[in-house]
Design a protein around this ligand. Sequence first.
Ligand code: PLP
Length: 368
Amino acid sequence: MKKPIPFLDLSLFDRKLKFALERKFSDMLSKGIFSGGEEVALLGKNIGNYLGTEAAVIPCSNGTDALEIALRALGIGSGDEVIVPALTWVSTAESVKLVGATPVFVDTDMSGLMDLQLLDKLMRPQTKAVIAVHLYGKMVDMKGLTAWAKSTGIKVIEDNAQGFGAIKDEKSAGCWGDVGCFSFYPTKNLGALGEAGALATSDENLANKIQMLINHGQPIRDQHEMLGRNARMDTIQAGFLNVKLTYFQKWQEKRKNLAKLYLQQLAGTGDLVLPESILEPDHNAHLFVVQTSFRNELKQYLKEKEIQTTIHYPSILPKMKPYQINETFVNAEKLTGNILSLPLNPFLTEKEVLRIAKEIKKFYGKTS
Ligand SMILES: *Cc1c(COP(=O)(O)O)cnc(C)c1O
């Protein structure tokens, strides 16, 4: 039997990285600073530099908290509506509910991104914001969306949990909206060794407010100006991210090369629909998502060959208990039945991609 191929194995570090992380940990142990401090400030700066933005980047506890804080910073709450895509990770709508507002779902196009053509129809006096999700790492048309938002006066939040490093028209994902939200959950392209996230904004007032909201409403210690909470990033995660960020570009190149190999190998295979723009700069190759009407059969077949795949996501949010509404979202629902994420990460080898592609071709040879 061949070696199993996991979807993503987070215990795979190259030796140099492992050593650098261990050294960073040991440094931080001897410094004895475990909340705030220079590692966190440095991370905000390093991320801003990497993204090529003047915006303030504010590290925080995780991506879900970032979304909630962004909504609160924009003054969104009870009685307000926020437009969110029907297909996304649950946090996008969860955060809206958590601030007391109502998520209004919009269908996606067939690449899984919010369909901007449908936005006008959803506009009501209580619509305050739209959350754009760069799903699978592919950027929403932010030029179109921000122009539309400007004309309607509603705020734009970017859920950039999956899009770190994607760029369009020289502006990085996460830097287009009023506030950009980032997640450094371990499975994301830039992942911490635990929970972590960040917010980005070019608006100085918003930046100050966010800084206070994540730290009990304090501009300075013991002075509480507003109702805040604790959504600070662990110093130790900031330290690890400062190390991992130096590897990020190299990992992105690896992802793109492997994605290219998949595309070459799988072109014209059965009814497979391949992620065509995954090699473009406005896609960070976070996930390699194919579509097929034989999704369940293909997933099962690959499982038997010890190749692990995932589905992002098997259900749309408006069908889940906390968000249930009786409406159809034709494209998003179709996608939930058709999509399959193949392994794609910097620790996968070309040989493994070739093996996966070969098995997929065999699967189609068998079924047709
Ligand atoms: C991962 C993710 C989040 C949440 O980030 P956490 O850091 O896990 O809280 C939000 N939205 C999307 C689209 C995500 O993929």
